[in-house]
Design a protein around this ligand. Structure first.
Ligand SMILES: Cc1cc2nc3c(=O)[nH]c(=O)nc-3n(C[C@H](O)[C@H](O)[C@H](O)COP(=O)(O)OP(=O)(O)OC[C@H]3O[C@@H](n4cnc5c(N)ncnc54)[C@H](O)[C@@H]3O)c2cc1C
Length: 327
């Protein structure tokens, strides 16, 4: 499950989305047994990891560039209760939160909120939220009543000063290893769904999200460089999320790789685009890449360097009559 439930199965497969359990369970496509897909020549075929495997793998994460997913067979997990037990762990630095991830790798749904504006010895301070599915309790889907964002101000409510104060307050209020609290799976998996129009918190222009993955080996140094650069910029960054990733899969243009993922929201202003070009360079230097599902600005050169199997992907597209049909 990605961080929002407002998606469709086709979109989840085409972006090969991941949740907080990637380090244990992989991406969405790891749970797709087979798909029926419509090719560019009008032919409808079945594809699975054992039948038309190259088409299956290119479609998973292929951003709709290969074919149209008509239907899919999913393998779901049986649960006996729908709540998640959350425990918070305060980590005063980047090193501390990465150590906490390692120590909690057995947890099903670990995720960290990271303060991208902290500098110096506080660089990377975070609150790691460890999630575990309850085995007892209610088994229900809640109708989430979304709170409306009051009035949209052109400058937005999340400027740099507000982001700094919010981050300090969020970190300050968190209590390490306090008694675990029960949350519905909706509020654990997709907290922003409860705020209607949350995107307007940034005002106009709206916002963009930058999500990158960094390999385990260079992750610590890469994250340090990225956080230092964000801290030096004059941009506000409040909603930043750090996750642990497991192994990459067989899909040629899927995003995750073993290591870490950082997702940061910025107001979509000129200074942010300039900063993201710099971050692209840092991510590339550390062997990482950005998530195509979150991207609207990556250059062709950046894409090709970050997804070295792009030619193989193009060949599958050619054989599937996708060129000139799906763009
Ligand atoms: C609040 C929020 C949190 C998020 N958190 C995460 C996260 O934790 N992890 C993550 O991986 N992503 C995350 N995302 C990104 C989101 O999961 C992806 O962008 C997802 O693909 C959106 O699905 P959608 O159904 O809205 O598809 P769309 O946005 O409509 O489409 C996404 C892509 O899928 C293609 N597509 C859609 N349907 C089909 C079809 N039937 N056949 C072929 N191609 C198709 C489209 O062409 C497009 O390229 C988040 C997004 C938001 C807004």
């Amino acid at each position: 499950m990605p961080g929002t439930s407002f998606i469709i199965v086709g979109g989840a497969i085409a972006s090969d989305v991941h949740g907080k359990n990637h380090h244990r369970d992989g991406t969405f496509s790891a749970h797709v047994s087979s798909m029926q897909i419509l090719l560019g020549n009008g032919e409808c075929v079945d594809a699975s990891p054992s039948e038309k495997a190259e088409l299956f793998h290119a479609t998973c994460g292929g951003m709709g560039l290969t074919d149209v997913i008509v239907s899919a067979v999913l393998r779901l997990k049986a649960i006996t209760a729908s709540d998640i037990l959350e425990t918070r762990i305060k980590a005063p630095s980047l090193d501390a939160v990465l150590e906490a991830f390692d120590a909690n790798a057995a947890s099903s749904y670990p995720v960290a909120w990271i303060d991208c504006m902290a500098r110096g010895t506080r660089l990377g301070r975070s609150v790691l939220i460890r999630g575990r599915a309850c085995s007892e309790g209610p088994l229900a889907v809640q109708q989430v009543k979304a709170l409306e964002v009051p009035v949209e101000r052109p400058s937005g409510l999340l400027n740099r000063t507000v982001a700094r104060v919010f981050n300090a307050a969020y970190y300050g209020r968190a209590c390490s290893d306090a008694h675990p609290s029960r949350k519905s799976f909706e509020s654990n998996f997709s907290p922003l769904d409860a705020i209607a129009g949350w995107a307007s918190l940034h005002g106009r222009p709206r916002f963009l999200q930058y999500q990158c993955a960094l390999p385990k080996k260079s992750g610590q140094a890469g994250l340090r460089d990225i956080l230092t650069r964000i801290g030096q910029s004059q941009l506000g960054a409040s909603l930043a999320v750090l996750k642990l990733f497991g192994d990459a899969n067989a899909n040629p243009v899927s995003f995750p790789m073993r290591g870490y993922s950082l997702a940061v929201d910025f107001k979509a202003e000129a200074a942010a685009f300039a900063l993201l070009d710099v971050l692209d360079g840092i991510v590339a230097a550390h062997g990482g890449r950005s998530h195509l599902a979150e991207d609207a600005r990556m250059s062709e050169a950046t894409f090709k360097a970050a997804y070295p199997r792009w030619q193989e992907f193009e060949e599958v597209r050619a054989r599937g009559h996708a060129h000139g049909r799906f763009m």
